[in-house]
Write a protein that binds this ligand. Structure first.
Ligand SMILES: Cc1cc2nc3c(=O)[nH]c(=O)nc-3n(C[C@H](O)[C@H](O)[C@H](O)COP(=O)(O)OP(=O)(O)OC[C@H]3O[C@@H](n4cnc5c(N)ncnc54)[C@H](O)[C@@H]3O)c2cc1C
Length: 387
């Protein structure tokens, strides 16, 4: 079967790209080694933070804003709740600015971008923080808060599911449980070899998440590092501290990018808060990710990030999950033509901050494919910066 485009990998980036292409009448197929949404890649765990003033850099802001618009459009079409605009508090209690995703002063850059793009926000001193957000503690009088009311969280599994279902209704073909083994450029197109036969297309867009390096090999592989991350759902002793309209939060409490944690208020019906930190030191093999979380891991997380900082939260973990970031050397995305394979576009797994942009990235890729005017400029994510 020959398609205009084959999207390889149907997680956050692939589902969005497939949907946006199908919406534009492109003859498109999506292929995944599993049956998305699933919990074996980088897009599971119930919630993902979305922010508007994206401290990772100005190039991301239009993608995040477009994604929020698209979540609302998808909600209207599907009847599913995808995006909860509960606001976001970034609480900085460190004497030195905290690094985040490659940005030296993550909170400072966030506030600067909010000013630059006219994004609604407020800055809070320690007294205002204590009054307004009594669920957080352990900071001194020098602490500052950045509150963004238009931020919140997205439901990743639902968002993927909705986009895949809508894409199928619009004519896309889905090949689930079908690993792609090789991609070859040939003449004006590509040949995609799968476990159950070959497909051809004019173009392939590779959104294979943490398996991208393995699928594409050198030179892409050397730019991607897969880092295992852990998610913890700590049971609440004082649920009244985390009201239904509690914001998502990013707590910055040291100079390094690992001196931070982020989390969510309980989802309806839950009595636990999901919280996580980030680690970039240890890489892992995407096909041998250790999915167990030990009591020692739980204790380390609680002692470093929860105790004294999130009030009314017990040491008891009701649920835990392992997920992976696939990071680039500068923590920024790669969205570009493959440097050696004609007709192949590469969309990296987006370094632990991609979900909030995924719907916007899918739309931008589809608009560029269809030569539509007004598409978001994706050149800041090109491979040229590594040459
Ligand atoms: C713990 C954690 C917390 C995060 N928090 C946030 C957050 O709060 N906000 C935010 O914006 N971002 C966050 N992120 C980042 C965001 O979730 C990722 O950037 C994004 O989900 C990556 O999507 P993806 O499509 O690249 O990868 P995935 O969703 O993993 O999709 C890749 C797909 O490719 C398929 N595949 C791979 N190889 C093949 C093959 N050979 N053949 C066929 N199919 C293949 C896989 O089965 C998979 O379905 C977080 C990530 C993690 C892990």
């Amino acid at each position: 079967m020959h398609y205009d485009v084959i999207v390889i990998g149907l997680g956050a980036m692939g589902a969005a790209t497939l949907y946006q292409l199908a919406k534009r009448g492109v003859r498109v197929a999506g292929v995944d080694r599993h049956a998305p949404p699933h919990d074996l890649g980088s897009s599971h765990g119930d919630t993902r933070i979305t922010r508007q003033a994206v401290g990772e850099g100005a190039a991301y802001v239009p993608l995040a804003l477009n994604a929020q618009r698209i979540w609302r459009e998808l909600e209207a079409q599907s009847g599913e709740a995808l995006f909860e605009a509960c606001g976001m508090l970034m609480l900085s209690s460190s004497d030195t600015p905290t690094r985040g995703h490659g940005t030296a002063d993550f909170a400072g850059e966030t506030a600067a971008l909010a000013e630059r793009f006219g994004i609604k926000h407020s800055l809070l001193d320690a007294t205002q923080l204590r009054t307004r957000f009594p669920q957080f503690g352990g900071y001194g009088d020098n602490a500052v808060g950045y509150f963004e009311p238009g931020a919140g969280y997205v439901r990743p599994e639902r968002a993927i599911d909705v986009q895949l279902r809508l894409a199928e209704q619009l004519g896309a073909t889905l090949y689930n449980n079908t690993p792609v083994t090789t991609i070859e450029s040939m003449g004006q197109g590509v040949r995609v070899q799968t476990s159950s036969g070959a497909l051809t297309a004019d173009k392939a867009i590779v959104c294979a998440g943490m398996w991208t390096g393995r699928l594409l090999g050198a030179p892409v592989k050397s730019l991607l590092k897969v880092c295992r991350q852990q998610l913890f759902w700590f049971e609440l002793d004082e649920p009244e501290r985390f009201a239904a309209d509690s914001p998502v939060y990013i707590l910055l409490h040291g100079a390094a990018d690992t001196d931070s944690c982020y989390g969510f208020a309980p989802l309806p019906g839950e009595n636990a808060i999901k919280i996580a930190t980030e680690q970039y030191l240890e890489g892992c093999d995407p096909d041998a990710v250790d999915r167990s979380v030990s009591q020692a891991d739980i204790d380390a997380m609680y002692d470093a990030h929860v105790a004294g900082r999130l009030l009314g939260v017990s040491r008891r973990v009701l649920k835990s999950k392992v997920c992976t970031y696939t990071i680039t050397p500068d923590f920024n995305f790669i969205i570009d033509a493959h440097p050696q394979m004609a007709n192949v576009t590469l969309v990296s797994a987006c370094s632990g901050h991609g979900f909030k942009h995924s719907a916007g990235i899918g739309e931008a890729l589809a608009m560029h494919h269809c030569n539509e005017p007004g598409a978001v400029d994706l050149s800041p994510f090109s491979l040229a910066r590594f040459r």
